[in-house]
Design a protein around this ligand. Structure first.
Ligand code: SOE
Length: 378
């Protein structure tokens, strides 16, 4: 197949910069695609660190100012890997410059920002996606396929948790490079936009739209030092959130996310219960789907553990041989493969900015309900 280069300009080089760069480097080794990402430039404010990153990952050049990167005509696609407060401005500028855009999640700090971003990419007709990577864990994709086929029948319940414990210490600062997620100005919200957003994105994909919700949120540590100024200031983010919701299909949802679940580093779990069976998954055992099939003969009925590594499982035909596992980083490679395939077919891979805006809407409603203690209709 004749190949086309997609010259990537990545803005930011933190943890997600590494996850995305790894995907750019590997995707064509495993997927037959017309488009080949070329690591053209990486942009960061710290020249030395940006150069070191470029060297490690093979970027051909560096920039210090994202506006310069966007102005370059040797860049076809912009990858936004910076804190959430910069997503909107960069995405709108990139869309106006006609670049394809791959934006780290969440789409934006608020629905209002997200709407402006959707408007910009749709007006400019540029390909766009938001890196909600957990959809592309093969076991999660399998759950989506099985539910879409109707195997579970009528759905009664959807529940998901995302649990961490890294901000319990009140000495952890807010703001700054490693801890901007604790600064409401940079992040927009706390665990809701950072962790629960993953659960919501997957839920909307598997179980359809959410019609109403009520939430409780809590900020356990009320004041923290700001990493940039050294000043102790109010904490504006939610440290924990619990959500009850109703889905459009009549099922009930329960979500929880927190950074105060001592012992849990990144435990994302989901379960869906229907009239004919249930499906469950967790990130610490990411290659397995648990399945309870009520149609099985009564005395043989029970939870089955399915190892999702066969060629017929989503994406697995591209990897090793049945029985051999893959990991977290592969979810990014899969998302990128789908995005590149979408460039060739003209059928955009979800979640687009418009899809991700729905998640931001739900997150906004969670924050609103957490404050008002009232149900919110979406
Ligand atoms: C936060 O610690 C974080 O890195 C999130 O920002 C990611 O989206 C999540 O996948 C893992 O945890």
């Amino acid at each position: 197949m004749p190949r086309k280069a997609l010259r990537i300009g990545m803005i930011g080089y933190g943890f997600m910069g590494r996850a995305h760069s790894n995907a750019y480097r590997k995707v064509n080794n495993f997927f037959d695609l017309e488009y080949v990402p070329v690591l053209q430039a990486v942009c960061g404010r710290n020249a030395e660190k940006t150069r070191a990153f470029a060297e490690t990952w093979g970027y051909a050049s560096t920039e210090r100012d994202w506006k310069k990167l966007i102005a370059r005509d040797d860049i076809d696609a912009v990858d936004i890997c910076v804190p959430n407060d910069l997503h909107m401005e960069i995405a709108i500028a990139a869309a106006r410059a006609g670049k394809a855009i791959l934006c780290e999640k969440p789409l934006a700090r608020t629905t209002k920002e997200g709407e402006a971003m959707v408007k910009a990419v749709e007006k400019a007709k540029v390909p766009n996606t938001v890196w909600y990577n957990y959809r592309r864990v093969p076991a999660v994709s399998l759950i989506q396929q099985v539910v879409a086929k109707g195997t579970l029948g009528k759905i009664f319940h959807y529940r998901a948790n995302f649990l961490q414990d890294w901000t319990i210490n009140p000495d952890v600062p807010q703001g700054g490079a490693g801890t901007w997620r604790l600064d409401v100005d940079a992040a927009g919200s706390g665990v809701t936009g950072d962790l629960l957003a993953h659960c919501v994105d997957t839920a909307l994909w598997i179980n359809g739209s959410i019609s109403s919700l009520t939430a409780m949120t809590e900020t356990f540590v009320k004041k923290r030092k700001h990493a940039d100024t050294g000043k102790v200031q109010e904490v504006g983010i939610d440290d924990a959130a619990g959500v009850l919701c109703r889905f459009g299909n009549g099922s009930l949802g329960m979500f929880e996310s927190t950074r105060y679940a001592r012992g849990h580093k990144a435990l994302y779990t989901l379960e869906i219960n229907g009239e004919h069976g249930s499906l469950a998954w967790n990130l610490h055992d990411l290659n397995y789907v648990q399945f309870f099939d009520h149609k099985t003969e009564g005395r043989m009925r029970g939870w089955t553990s399915i190892l999702v590594t066969d060629g017929e499982h989503p994406y697995l035909g591209r990897w090793w041989v049945p029985g051999l596992s893959i990991g977290y980083e592969h979810s990014f490679i899969h998302q990128l493969a789908d995005f590149l395939e979408g460039l060739s077919t003209g059928k955009p891979a979800a979640p687009t900015f418009r899809d991700a805006l729905e998640t931001t809407r739900v997150c906004d409603a969670i924050i609103k309900s957490g404050k008002s203690q009232k149900w919110v209709t979406l």
